[in-house]
Ligand binder design. Structure first.
Ligand code: PDD
Length: 271
């Protein structure tokens, strides 16, 4: 498997990053995870927009144009040869001493790892964890709160803030369904590209808090993420949601996304 490190295509096992790199030392880095579907980069421009927004807040320079990113990713997915892959862009502040203000030479790593053929989730059980991700709107590699949350049982963990509201999943966004409207939090979470896509495609939406104490009163619950698409939630903390079945509206939302409609894991020809 190859990766692209600072624009150079190298074998992953031969890629070398300094032990002084800020990303390694301090989690001083930002990232994006993009899914490819049938070799195509899904929502790339939205991901790059968010990457640049995160970079601006932390003061890391993103040294490539969107066209350059797109070309590099294209090259890598062709080289690695998988139509369905998880493309991860990581931009660190580089080897910058103890300077967190400037960014002299950022490091850019692009990876494209093989994903299994897309399979629509049949519904998952989740637990809850009380934690607030600092600066949650930035896609930073500092994921300690999510890591602590993921030590809980279940396939995903819902994060609950100090007001008792669910902000998001540890690596996903949350939606609750009530009377045909889909509700998702407006703040305290990462603005997911899949979340925003769903909000644009469906017409009865509301950005509002989802209190944990009401979680079993909603008709349906689902999560969204780039790699997994729409993930129905059928149990929270051991208690069923919608009698433990995927809801009808969740099924409609699943159909709005292009996931799983194409043949995946096809070898892509290297030009
Ligand atoms: N995770 N919230 C958090 C905390 C996330 O880490 C993610 C994405 C999302 C959903 O964002 P999007 O729809 O743009 O994937 C929400 C990805 C999959 C990851 O970290 O690899």
């Amino acid at each position: 498997m190859h990766v692209i490190l600072n624009k150079k295509l190298v074998l992953a096992r031969k890629a070398v990053i300094s032990i002084s790199d800020h990303g390694f030392k301090f989690g001083d880095a930002i990232y994006e995870t993009i899914r490819t579907l049938d070799g195509k980069q899904w929502l790339l421009s939205e991901h790059l927009k968010r990457l640049r927004a995160s970079a601006k807040v932390v003061g890391i320079r993103v040294p490539y144009t969107n066209a350059e990113f797109s070309r590099l990713i294209e090259r890598l997915i062709k080289k690695n040869g998988y139509a369905e892959s998880r493309v991860r862009i990581t931009v660190t502040r580089g080897n910058n001493g103890f300077d967190f203000l400037t960014c002299k030479k950022p490091l850019v790593l692009i990876e494209a790892t093989k994903l299994p053929r897309f399979k629509q989730s049949e519904g998952i059980s989740v637990s809850v964890f009380h934690v607030e991700r600092p600066a949650a709107g930035i896609k930073s590699t500092s994921m300690l709160p999510s890591i602590l949350a993921r030590r809980n049982p279940g396939e995903e963990t819902l994060l609950v803030d100090r007001y008792g509201n669910i902000t998001e999943g540890s690596f996903s966004n949350i939606f609750a369904v009530k009377g045909g409207t889909i509700i998702t939090p407006k703040e305290g979470m990462l603005e997911g590209t899949t979340r925003n896509f769903v909000l644009k495609k469906y017409n009865k939406t509301k950005e509002a808090s989802i209190p944990l104490k009401n979680i079993h009163k909603y008709d349906e619950i689902f999560l969204t993420s780039s790699t997994k698409g729409v993930i129905p939630v059928i149990k929270v903390d051991g208690k069923p949601i919608n009698n433990g079945k995927i809801g009808e509206l969740t099924k409609q939302i699943i159909k709005l996304l292009p996931y799983g409609t194409k043949k995946s894991h096809k070898k892509v020809k290297i030009r």
